[in-house]
Write a protein that binds this ligand. Structure first.
Ligand SMILES: Cc1ncc(COP(=O)(O)O)c(C=O)c1O
Length: 417
């Protein structure tokens, strides 16, 4: 098969492809695997019930059913839904925006594909620009998304060692490597894979730097504010006309529905919408149909704050406790869980690579994600990249606990203990 450069790049093996292959196998084909890998959300019966009831209402009304299945949506996405989202954001945060500042996509992953390639890559004058990640580790799904090579640059974090085998990454502003070739700054907040929540101060400083360089500041809020609000501290939401906030319905419990929401200046929304129309033609109707009333009533906030965030918070605390018991005196650290649905474990001076640890765990029926995939834009061979793994705590407690026991055994074996 003769492939283009695009074809070679996009059909080759990559971290996100491996992760989603593992996820598909574990959740759909081989349910005996202990799944602590990809970012599938957990099952929260009260939340599932709300979506089920909404679905039943749609099914019982022929007009709603026809709008769900029988019409192409307008390119920017359902106008009522965009108005409701804009209303919610105005009311919650006082942001000055309207439905013209909102676009819908088929999942936020595809929104990132469009956005990153809108801003970075080969410019019309032949120069190259890259998206800068001010703090890597960052989301594995960005890594292979660029149509050009070197789509990302990144800055290594400052590592704060905390008591009780915890640690926390901070943006190292003294090393921040931004220049005229930087096309935008991007952070996920809470961060996948670490569960870090960049502080309000870090966000303000990054916002000021983006404004100074006249480049957008992209905040990936897949786990963040205002929904699904999987944040365990009181971090504030951030947006202004230089920010591109990307939200998703996935971690509310709807990953199969594929709905992303982009909040940005009208100019960016227009550019995004045109590009997204070329790629996707139109967005799916199901996400807006399921979420519309929850957004207009504000119930999406109470569900997030009263059901979803406490569910993951309890899971995070429990999982940390189980890891402490299982890992005992092994040289481990856990990134302080501040949000999202993962723990990020750091095994300092681990004698084997994170890939080998992943493979050994997989052979024993436990799926995690090896840490080296989460450093897009870090080009040196910083050893830390090989010393970490990401584990999801979204699945059933008994499953997570069984996985932790096997992880502890394999880590001990790797250290020769
Ligand atoms: C940080 C982050 N951003 C974006 C996505 C993409 O999510 P989706 O395409 O389901 O909206 C994910 C999925 O796991 C994620 O973890």
């Amino acid at each position: 098969m003769k492939l283009s450069k695009f074809g070679e790049k996009f059909s080759s093996q990559s971290g996100i492809v491996e992760l989603m292959d593992d996820l598909g196998t574990a959740l759909n084909e081989n349910p005996d695997m202990i799944f602590m890998g990809g970012g599938n959300p957990g099952r929260i019966p009260q939340v599932e019930q709300v979506f089920k009831a909404r679905m039943e209402t749609i099914l019982s009304d022929p007009a709603q059913l026809h709008s769900l299945m029988g019409v192409y949506q307008s390119p920017q996405g359902d106008k009522d839904f965009r108005e409701q989202i804009a209303g919610l954001l105005r009311q919650q945060f006082g942001w000055q925006l309207s439905e013209r500042n909102i676009a819908i996509s088929n999942g936020s992953q595809s929104a990132f594909f469009v956005l990153y390639n809108l801003f970075a890559g080969t410019m019309s004058d032949g120069s190259q620009r890259s998206i800068h990640l001010p703090l890597a580790p960052e989301y594995i799904g960005y890594r292979d998304i660029g149509l050009s090579d070197n789509q990302f640059t990144a800055t290594r974090p400052d590592i704060e060692l905390l008591d009780d085998n915890l640690f926390k990454y901070h943006v190292d502003f003294s090393r921040l490597n931004i220049n005229q070739q930087s096309a935008a700054l991007c952070v996920s907040r809470p961060t996948n894979p670490t569960g870090n929540v960049l502080t309000d101060g870090e966000i303000e400083q990054l916002d000021a730097i983006a404004a100074e360089y006249d480049i957008p500041f992209i905040i990936d809020g897949a786990y963040g504010l205002p929904f699904p609000s999987i944040i365990f501290n009181d971090a504030r939401a951030h947006w202004n006309h230089n920010t591109i906030l990307v939200l998703s319905l996935s971690k509310l419990g709807l990953p199969g529905v594929r709905t992303g929401i982009i909040v940005a200046s009208e100019e960016i929304i227009q550019a995004f919408t045109r590009a997204n129309t070329i790629v996707s033609l139109a967005c799916g109707n199901l996400g807006p149909a399921l979420a519309r009333e929850l957004v207009s009533s504000g119930e999406i906030l109470s569900l997030s704050q009263q059901q979803i965030a406490p569910f993951y918070r309890q899971r995070a605390d429990q999982t940390v406790q189980w890891f402490r018991q299982a890992l005992g005196d092994l040289p481990y650290r856990i990134h302080r869980p501040e949000g999202a649905i993962f723990l990020w474990l750091w095994f300092e001076n681990l004698p084997i690579s994170s890939q080998l640890l992943y493979e050994r765990l997989k052979a024993r029926g436990v799926l995690v994600v090896p840490g080296h995939n989460f450093f897009p834009g870090i080009t040196d061979d910083w050893r830390h990249q090989q010393e970490c793994i990401r584990v999801s705590y979204a699945q059933d407690g008994a499953v997570v606990k069984a996985g932790i026991a096997i992880i502890a055994e394999e880590v001990a074996k790797a250290y020769g203990l």
